[in-house]
Design a binder for this molecule. Structure first.
Ligand code: ADP
Ligand code: ADP
Ligand code: ZN
Length: 215
């Protein structure tokens, strides 16, 4: 199955993608996580991402396409993937459709996770992520068992540089202008299902499972 978890910043895409990996036995592909790893490693391409990501702007398509294409070609993604944060523009969606078609695949489902702007801001500003294993926490809704430390692996929790209210507002503008139009592209193909992103993590997982015909 090839599944897109779609939604604005803070909708819960990464949290739910990680839960679905075990269930569907296919990998999560998060271009945001891949870009942060390149920045951390200080690579040439990582330095190019920096400028856009700190300002909350989308990274230009030409820098994203090859990064994503290489990841989709890895053996673990040969029978499907859970896409989180990709595609982000109609051009990326078209490139994705072509990459999948070349492999006899297509997007089976786009699950569009809906949350209000106030909820997005509260979630993003209070998000903390484990720097070792990538587990995602929220200071109030999904707090770590001991402050600052990951409950899964004991790693240190960090706040993303772009998770300020100011930058998340910019990211939401980018989302509305450039990313939301992807929904029309996939609605025309009949694969979009909208779910509420509000509720417990289990509630939302259950809605996604129904949207993909699993429950
Ligand atoms: P969130 O899950 O909160 O929406 P991401 O980790 O997906 O955040 O993305 C963080 C930033 O990384 C974006 O603001 C953008 O600068 C960059 N980015 C990630 N994926 C893409 C993509 N597919 N196309 C362009 N930019 C991207
Ligand atoms: P995205 O990948 O869409 O940007 P994340 O999965 O990183 O979103 O979640 C953003 C923040 O919201 C995190 O702090 C996460 O713990 C929290 N969160 C995720 N799902 C929920 C939910 N159903 N209710 C409350 N908070 C949530
Ligand atoms: Zn951890």
């Amino acid at each position: 199955m090839d599944l897109i978890l779609f939604g604005p910043p803070g909708a819960g895409k990464g949290t739910q993608a990680k839960r679905l990996v075990d269930l569907l036995k296919i990998p999560q592909i998060s271009t945001g996580d891949m870009m942060r790893a390149e920045r951390q490693a200080g690579t040439e391409i990582g330095k190019q991402f920096d400028h856009y990501m700190t300002q909350g702007l989308l990274v230009p398509d030409e820098l994203v396409l090859s990064l994503f294409g290489q990841r989709l070609s890895q053996p673990d993604a040969k029978s499907g993937a859970i896409l989180d944060g990709y595609p982000r523009t109609v051009a990326q969606a078209e490139a994705l459709d072509a990459l999948l078609a070349a492999r006899g695949r297509k997007i089976d489902r786009v699950v569009s996770m809906e949350v209000s702007l106030a909820e997005m801001i509260d979630r993003v500003v209070n998000r903390r992520t484990c720097e070792s294993c990538g587990h995602i926490y929220h200071l109030r809704y999904n707090p770590p068992p001991s402050p600052g430390l990951c409950g899964q692996c004991g790693g240190k929790l960090v706040q993303r540089k772009d998770d300020s209210e100011e930058v998340v507002r910019k990211r939401n503008q980018e989302y509305l202008e450039k990313t939301a139009p992807i929904l029309d592209h996939y609605t025309a193909k009949g694969v979009v299902k909208a779910v509420s992103g509000v509720g417990t993590l289990d509630d939302v997982t259950q809605r996604i499972k129904s949207a993909i015909g699993l429950a």
